[in-house]
Design a protein. Structure first.
Length: 87
């Protein structure tokens, strides 16, 4: 996937910056943009979900399923936010 396709999928960098620093390559392009906007949205959604848990997982096996479910929901929320933002 080329960088433009990736940026369109994940919203681009969450905290872009424009300044000369050691992360620019010889052509002056920023090569380290950090976290994507999609990851940022998912992290914020996950924070909200963890702050208001609806159930307790109980066993370790249930905890694995619960954590996986939270991660999946977080990225679904992030994708919905990116879709709404693009409208």
């Amino acid at each position: 996937m080329d960088p433009l396709q990736k940026a369109m999928r994940d919203g681009g960098p969450a905290f872009p910056h424009r300044h000369e620093d050691r992360w620019q390559n010889a052509e002056g392009r920023i090569t380290n943009t950090g976290m994507s906007l999609r990851d940022w949205f998912a992290g914020v959604a996950l924070q909200g979900l963890c702050a208001h848990p609806e159930s307790k997982a109980g066993s370790d096996q249930n905890m694995e399923r619960y954590v996986s479910m939270l991660a999946s929901i977080s990225y679904r929320v992030a994708d919905a936010m990116l879709n709404e933002r693009a409208r």
